[in-house]
Design a protein around this ligand. Sequence first.
Ligand code: HEM
Length: 513
Amino acid sequence: MELQFSAFLVFFILLLSIFLGIRVLKILKKPSKTYLLPPGPPRLPLIGNLHQIAGSLLPYQRLRQLSGEHGPVMHLQLGEVCMVIISSADAAKEVLKTHDIIFASRPDILGTSIITYGFIDIVETPYGKYWQRLRRLGLMELLSPKRIQSSRPIREQEVSALIQNITHEDGSVTNLSEKIFSLTKGIVARIMFGNKVEDEVAFTSFIEEAGPLLNDFPLDDMFPSNTLLHMISGRRRKTENHRHACDKILDRIIADHVPWKADKSKGEGAQEDLVDVLLGVALQDANFDVSMITKAIKGVILETFIAASETSASVIDWAMSEMIKNPGIMQEAQAEVRHVFEEKGTLVDESCIHKLMFLKLIIKETLRLYPPGPLLLPRESIERCQINGYEIPAKCRTIINAWAIGRDPMYWRDADSFIPKRFHDCPIDYKGNNFEYIPFGSGRKMCPGILFAMANIELSLAMLLYHFDWSLPDGLKHQDLDMTETCSASLRRKKNLYVIPTPFRRDKMPLGL
Ligand code: HEM
């Protein structure tokens, strides 16, 4: 009996082991068949890969380095956040074109939330769709070719004022970066709300605080559920304080626009700005809620102001830096501009900008090497999908490293060198169809401001090239110009560009309009 029981026990244990073995094998096999995350570096408990992205390199540089080791579709676990980094044209096409709808959402990150006055809160209220409509209409109005054409006098006046200002600094050292950033802020503010920003310092401080939140990986953003960490870091409070300073300015801007809009007394033919258009849409609604709409409009203004002014300025700044570093390219660009404007006879005039073909190549090459949004703007998957055979889970933050793709030797010969002529007779454009070159992104969330940006960049650069010859101070050689990058609201020069302007004296016509 005892023997029989032992034999039964052995048989039972054997059966159980086989059964469990099969189960374990199945479990081990299952994920590789149905749920294969992209490869990535090994993770630590709790922080995941956070320690691997810290360090002296800028985020997009470090991500390129890691992708070199783990592949163009790479998975990182940053604290609580699942993140996928895309670093090849093929994979970018999958995200931005093939699965465009799945990746057409933005994650709820600290920077966006503060800038847009709690993006998610507004979207979740009945005002969500309404705000989106406001935003879409406002931007379409502001960014339409007709609107860009009609804002030409503002651009010409602002650029003309800059040229006169620099002329007074003939032969002395000038902080050109500062002047360029102030120029684009002036143009954008006048087109958006009719006037220059009253307190530029408050706006600039806000952009400097909020900017890194958009492009960086702040620790508290990686642990969204940890309110204690948010309190300790104090970033939200600090950025919100800066935003409150802007609030007062924005409230005044809106208040200045409201009275005439309500009684329709601005008059026929008067030029509407972005705030006018947004208020116009809001006033059509019977349930007009002043406080909610004011917040929504302020969010759109701030967002657009940052998107439009910082990006264009950094492109102008980098293009000038590269030309100063490469005098042969500078001379060729100046020869073209001076030839075209000599024919024209007027000094600050947009009408013949389209003839400056070499300048267009310079801008394209600048955008390849220095895309103002090196990681575009983050996307988030709304459902599971496959990219290059890997499974991307739902709610996974997806980052496209446009900077790395634009400098990848697989697509670009002599990838790190500034060679504008590579775009001559080349069909590659920045309109979102060539995924090896996507400084404005692609798909339905692509940047809507290309025409607006180009109008500002082309006129400013053409006039800086036409009116001045440029040299470096303190006997600095052009090849030694420091080109170190930094990234806050946009990828910009770490150190401001200091140069000596010498007015170009061939034409004695008076400046200005
Ligand atoms: C050189 C100048 C500029 C560059 C390189 C640039 C680049 C970008 C990039 C990379 C994105 C994200 C695209 C994506 O996720 O696929 C974006 C979005 C956006 N840009 Fe620009 N931008 C520039 C100028 C402007 C200007 C002048 C405006 C407005 C006047 C503007 C308004 C916007 C807006 C509103 C979005 C968000 C679009 C959305 O999420 O639906 N940008 N931009």
